[in-house]
Design a binder for this molecule. Structure first.
Ligand SMILES: [Zn+2]
Length: 63
């Protein structure tokens, strides 16, 4: 059989490439884990630390 197997990048489980709607992941769960990882990573990068620190200063100044 020439079934191509790929390893799920999240849980490292070997999964079939053909007929797998979640490829390269083994399941919808692992696909969502990966999506969540990239979304949180993007969020962290798009919010510069300076802005967060500045907000903290403003809050402290009001007290
Ligand atoms: Zn998986």
């Amino acid at each position: 059989m020439a079934r191509k197997l790929v390893r799920c990048p999240i849980c490292r489980k070997p999964v079939s490439w053909e007929g797998n709607p979640y490829r390269p992941f083994c399941s919808e769960r692992c696909k969502l884990v990966d999506l969540d990882y990239w979304l949180s990573e993007d969020y962290r990068i798009s919010v510069p630390r300076e802005i967060l620190e500045d907000e903290e200063e403003v809050e402290g100044g009001e007290v």
